[in-house]
Design a protein around this ligand. Structure first.
Ligand code: SF4
Length: 345
C-alpha cells in the first residue's frame, strides 16, 4: 500500500483499509506484530470481546490512564475512543500512541466544544474547573482538575469548601456527584447518548421477569434510573459489585461490552444488559463509537503505525497538569485542590 492511498484513506475514512488474504490469522498476526514492535494494547471494557481478549490490559478510564502513564512499550495501541488515546499521549508523550479509527469519538466530548467551554469559564470567574476525562485535550487544558467516574466524588470533595465549582461535560455525573458530596456546582449540559438511552419501562419489565434481579448502573445514566439502582459505580466498580454480591441475576445499565469482562470474572450468574428505548439507533445499549474498532483495523494500525495521535506541545503541557492532579488526589485521599490560574485560553 503506498503512502498516498494511506493518507487518502485516513482523510476519507479515519483508518487505513486493506484487503487481507483469505484465512489471515488476525489474532496471531496482531500478537506477532505486538511483540516485534514492543507494543502494548490497552482496551476499554466497552470494546468488542475479541479485542478485549488480545489486550494487555482491559479497564476503565482511570485504570487505562495509569497503564498508559506507566508503560515502557514503544507503541501504545489504544483500543478505545479518541479522548482516551489523547489522554495516553498527554501522560506518556515519548510513546507512539495509535488509535484504530480516528472517527471513534464520544458524544460527551463533542457536547463540549472548546470555544464554547472557554466562554462558559470566562462567565464564571474564580471557579475551580473540574472536567470529566471524556473531553478533548483542549478542554482538559482549560481545566483545574480531571476526574473519572471512579474518582469524581473524591476529586470534588478534595476542593476547598467555599470555592465555587464548574463541572463538565456530563450533567448526569455532575448531578450524581452533587448528591453524593452535597456540593453545589455549575454543570455543563453534556450527555452520553448511550447512558441517556436506557428505557426504565423496559428495565421494569425485566425486573418483573426476574424479581430477584439487582439493578446496577453507571453514574452517566439519568437521575430517574440512578434512583432505582441498588448500586451505582464506574465500570470497574460494577464488575467488583457483581463479583462480591451473592445475588444470581443482575441488570446492568452501562455499555453492553462490559458483560464480556463480567462473564469472565463471574461464573454461574445471569447478567443482563439494560435495554435502550425503541427509537435509539440500535436499542442495544452499545456505543457506536467504541464499536468502530475492529480486529482488521487493529491489524492495519499496528502494521502501518497509523492513525497516530499528535497533540500540539503547548496544549499537551497544559492538559497534563490537571491530569496529574487527578492522579495525586486518587492516590492521596483528602488532598486539597485550590483553583489554579487556568487562563481560559
Ligand atoms: S459510551 Fe458514551 S461516554 Fe463512553 S465513549 Fe460512548 S458516547 Fe462516550
Amino acid at each position: 500500500m503506498n503512502a498516498e492511498s494511506m493518507i487518502r484513506d485516513l482523510e476519507e475514512k479515519g483508518f487505513v483499509e486493506e484487503e487481507l488474504p483469505a484465512g489471515t490469522d488476525l489474532r496471531g498476526e496482531i500478537l506477532r506484530m505486538k511483540k516485534e514492535k514492543n507494543a502494548v494494547i490497552l482496551a476499554h471494557y466497552y470494546q468488542r470481546p475479541e479485542i478485549q481478549d488480545i489486550a494487555d490490559f482491559v479497564g476503565d478510564s482511570l485504570g487505562l490512564s495509569r497503564q498508559a502513564a506507566g508503560t515502557d512499550a514503544d507503541i501504545i495501541l489504544f483500543a478505545g475512543v479518541h479522548f482516551m488515546a489523547e489522554t495516553a499521549k498527554i501522560l506518556n508523550p515519548s510513546r507512539k500512541v495509535l488509535i484504530p479509527d480516528l472517527r471513534a469519538g464520544c458524544s460527551l466530548e463533542s457536547s463540549c466544544p472548546p470555544d464554547k467551554f472557554r466562554d462558559f469559564i470566562s462567565r464564571h470567574p474564580g471557579h475551580t474547573v473540574v472536567t470529566y476525562i471524556n473531553c478533548s485535550a483542549e478542554v482538559k487544558a482549560m481545566s483545574d482538575i480531571i476526574c473519572t467516574s471512579s474518582n469524581a466524588a473524591q476529586v470534588v470533595a478534595s476542593i476547598e469548601p467555599g470555592i465555587p465549582v464548574i463541572f463538565a461535560p456530563d450533567h448526569n455525573l455532575g448531578k450524581y456527584v452533587m448528591k453524593k458530596t452535597g456540593r453545589q456546582m455549575f454543570l455543563w449540559n453534556g450527555q452520553c447518548d448511550v447512558h441517556e438511552a436506557f428505557s426504565m419501562d423496559k428495565i421494569n419489565a425485566l425486573r418483573k421477569i426476574y424479581p430477584s434481579a439487582k439493578f446496577i448502573a453507571h453514574p452517566e445514566s439519568e437521575e430517574k434510573l440512578l434512583e432505582q439502582a441498588v448500586f451505582i459505580g464506574s465500570t470497574s466498580a460494577l464488575i467488583g459489585f457483581v463479583k462480591k454480591d451473592p445475588s444470581d441475576v443482575f441488570i446492568v445499565a452501562t455499555e453492553a461490552g462490559i458483560l464480556h469482562q463480567m462473564r469472565k470474572e463471574v461464573t454461574g450468574k445471569k447478567l443482563i444488559a439494560a435495554p435502550a428505548y425503541e427509537n435509539n439507533t440500535c436499542a442495544c445499549s452499545e456505543c457506536s463509537f467504541m464499536k468502530l474498532n475492529t480486529m482488521e483495523k487493529i491489524y492495519t494500525t499496528l502494521k502501518y503505525e497509523i492513525p497516530e495521535i499528535i497533540i500540539p506541545e503547548p496544549i499537551r503541557l497544559r492538559a497534563l497538569l490537571p491530569l496529574q492532579r487527578m492522579m495525586q488526589v486518587s492516590e492521596q485521599p483528602g488532598l486539597s485542590v485550590a483553583p489554579a490560574s487556568h487562563a481560559a485560553n
